[in-house]
Design a protein around this ligand. Sequence first.
Ligand SMILES: Nc1ccn([C@@H]2O[C@H](COP(=O)(O)OP(=O)(O)OP(=O)(O)O)[C@@H](O)[C@H]2O)c(=O)n1
Ligand SMILES: C[C@](O)(CO)[C@H](O)COP(=O)(O)O
Length: 230
Amino acid sequence: MATVAVVLAGGIGQRMGAGRPKQLIEVGGRPILALSVAAFDAHPGVDEVLVVMNAGHLRDAAAMVAPYRKVTRVIEGGDTRTASSAAALRALADRPDDTRVLIHDAARPFVDRPVIDRVLAGLDGYEAVAVGVPSSDTIVEVSGGMVAAMPPRESLVRFQTPQAFRLGTVREAYELALADPALRATDDCGIVHRYLPDVPITVVLGDERNLKVTHPLDIVIAEHLAAEDS
Ligand SMILES: Nc1ccn([C@@H]2O[C@H](COP(=O)(O)OP(=O)(O)OP(=O)(O)O)[C@@H](O)[C@H]2O)c(=O)n1
Ligand SMILES: C[C@](O)(CO)[C@H](O)COP(=O)(O)O
């Protein structure tokens, strides 16, 4: 069965405040979007890359990813990350249920081959795979400014991407989610977990370098990581 990597680049980068989507910013002389796409293009287990971009920058994105031969389409995303994932799933509507789909934040340009290897290996035994790293901070649930719950840190991980799925599973979860007026989600595994609670989601180890470039300080870190790679 085919393996498709979806690179989500439909955001506007509000928290970065750069005046343009953060995935178009260069680190180490290359756009963040290109670095993310390159990681999947170079992976021997990935057959195809689908890029999701916001409407105003489709041409910029197409030009940036033109050198990568596995990129088959650059499509328009939606107003939220969830809507952009849904747009990608619509673009894959004609693909068989056993297609393997990896959904990745374009804003994580340092995803590397070992992380992708672990995700693909996870898909051999499970319908849904998440990537997590242990937290070095204590994570607390807060309600109304007060501590409401303190789950033991050993039981917590921070999710990264790519998250991977059998297409039939993530498609079914999204069909249910999109029919729910109360839909709220920050990632794709969250949608599978909520709408198909019987589907086990395995968690494989991520990497601290696989950071999500979100705030201006992250650009400083990203430049440093890019220099390490050069
Ligand atoms: N409507 C959206 C929103 C986000 N994303 C993508 O999902 C990933 C994670 O989102 P985030 O880091 O929140 O990016 P932005 O939405 O651009 O950032 P912000 O929330 O600060 O505006 C990014 O690669 C982003 O481009 C997307 O494809 N479509
Ligand atoms: C999917 C994600 O990267 C997992 O940590 C994260 O939830 C994305 O959140 P964002 O607010 O869209 O950046």
